[in-house]
Design a protein around this ligand. Structure first.
Ligand SMILES: Nc1nc2c(ncn2[C@@H]2O[C@H](COP(=O)(O)OP(=O)(O)OP(=O)(O)O)[C@@H](O)[C@H]2O)c(=O)[nH]1
Ligand SMILES: [Mg+2]
Length: 446
């Protein structure tokens, strides 16, 4: 789903993440790519423009640019704004009211109304709700049969009344539902190829007569901005309660999903992910945003890091970086923070200076490093420069490692120290470059 959008957003943000320190210019460049990616995905022009403006306002803030992990923070801002764009909180059907909840499905021909009716009926049935499907499409000859077949398949009763008008059918079905204590009534209305007056009038009449609790527009996600315009027109006449976007399993580019809420103010409640009856998903803006960014992992990591790392610890660390007093003790406490967060994969780039230092550390290496640092005296950890021959041998023996490994650790720590002490200064980028070339020569821990 939305592969191209994901790919392009990813590459725009990856460039950003490759840099340690950000400037307005760098952020603007990345956001320009993000905007281009959105437009390519057929996101409404104004929506994309406003989105970028909001992200920029937050991302250019001094606090963000000066933070230890500015790029990650920007990625997080993009993610959070994406969640807002998609509607913020998830919004699904509300069946809590007593009596029968009437849900009316409207939309163009072939958009997937009947399929969604079946999917919702199955979904509700599995939640233990008594459901009634109503065939309110009397124009297409096979429409009633199609719904009856569906109903049989999922064992949900279907109300069909040939020879009657849709308005009457819906009203009668509602009555029956009340009599039989049915929880949810799904009205499957007729579609047309395009919006026409007659169809709209019929829908308005049904709405007036049965006063549905929900009116859901079923729209094909592949039609992009057309789906958004359609939602605007249906909403003007029917006051929609939400939208179901179907065929998200196809090659929809994402424009409809990303623009709908902002343009119409109406939430996407469900998405259709296939022809089968279980292919319906509630729409969760946060999950969708992570999926679109293709970096749920990164966002989770930042959240995790935020949750795990004590904020005051972080401040202290930042202060130390600034004052160039980053010691082996600080390094060790960073490693502990890391371990608390679980699997190491991808976590290291959250540690200031680590990614750029070129050190690759797996869990086992971490244990070795920890053992060596633990074998040092407080004085040695504070000032590793004093660690000479004898001390090295003692540390190696104490931790069950070799003197070479101790040397290696000290060299790398010196590298990290140099790295982080350069942060916030002009020499930083030069520093980074030299570290990168060292990285190419070979990774140290394996
Ligand atoms: N791939 C995919 N196909 C879908 C999805 N939803 C519906 N379809 C297919 O789209 C076609 C039309 O679906 P229907 O449910 O009959 O559409 P409708 O809106 O009821 O159409 P009319 O009753 O003619 O107005 C069918 O072939 C469905 O299988 C979906 O989420 N993914
Ligand atoms: Mg139909």
């Amino acid at each position: 789903m939305f592969e191209e959008l994901t790919r392009r957003l990813n590459s725009a943000l990856r460039d950003l993440r490759g840099r340690g320190k950000l400037s307005e210019k760098i952020v603007d460049e990345a956001l320009r790519d993000v905007r281009r990616a959105m437009l390519e995905a057929d996101v409404n022009y104004q929506v994309a423009k406003d989105f970028i403006r909001r992200v920029r306002e937050k991302a250019i803030g001094q606090e963000v640019l000066k933070s230890v992990r500015p790029a990650q923070v920007v990625v997080k801002i993009v993610h959070d704004e994406l969640v807002q764009l998609l509607g913020g909180e998830a919004s699904t059907l509300d069946l809590s009211s007593s009596g029968s909840t009437v849900i009316m499905l409207v939309g163009l021909q072939g958009s997937g109304k009947t399929t969604v009716a079946g999917k919702l009926a199955l979904h509700l049935r599995s939640r233990g709700k008594k459901t009634l499907l109503v065939a309110a499409d009397v124009y297409r000859p096979a429409a009633g049969d199609q719904l009856s077949l569906l109903g049989e398949q999922i064992q949900v009763p279907v109300y069909v009344a040939s020879g009657k008008k849709p308005v009457e059918i819906c009203a009668k079905a509602k009555e029956r539902a009340r009599r039989e204590g049915i929880d949810a009534v799904l009205l499957d209305t007729a579609g047309r190829w395009h919006i026409d007056k007659e169809m709209m009038q019929e829908l308005v009449d049904i709405r007036r007569k049965v006063a549905p609790d929900e009116i859901l527009l079923v729209a094909d996600a592949m039609t992009g901005q057309e789906a958004v315009n359609l939602a605007k027109e249906f909403d003007a006449l029917l006051d929609l309660s939400g939208v179901v976007l179907t065929k998200m399993d196809g090659d929809a580019r994402g424009g409809a999903a990303l623009s709908l809420r902002a343009v119409t103010g109406k939430p996407i409640k469900y998405v259709g992910m296939g022809e089968k009856l279980d292919a319906l998903e509630p729409f969760y803006p946060d999950r969708m945003a992570s999926r679109i960014l293709g970096m749920g992992d990164v966002v989770t990591l930042v959240e995790k890091a935020k949750a795990t790392m004590d904020l005051s610890e972080q401040r202290k660390l930042e202060e130390k970086l600034r004052q160039k007093t980053f010691s082996l003790d600080d390094f060790l406490s960073q490693l502990h923070q890391l371990k608390k967060m679980g699997p190491l994969d991808g976590l290291l780039d959250l540690v200031p200076g680590f990614e750029a230092s070129g050190i690759v550390v797996d869990e086992k290496a971490l244990v070795r490093v920890e053992a060596m640092i633990n074998s040092m005296t407080a004085q040695e950890r504070e000032n590793p420069k004093i660690i000479e021959g004898n001390r090295k041998r003692r540390i190696a023996a104490g931790s069950g490692r070799t003197v070479q490994e101790v040397n290696q650790l000290l060299r790398q720590f010196a590298m990290i120290q140099k790295m982080v002490s350069g942060m916030g200064e002009r020499g930083w980028e030069k520093n980074l470059l030299s570290m990168r070339s060292k990285r190419r020569k070979g990774r140290v821990y394996r």
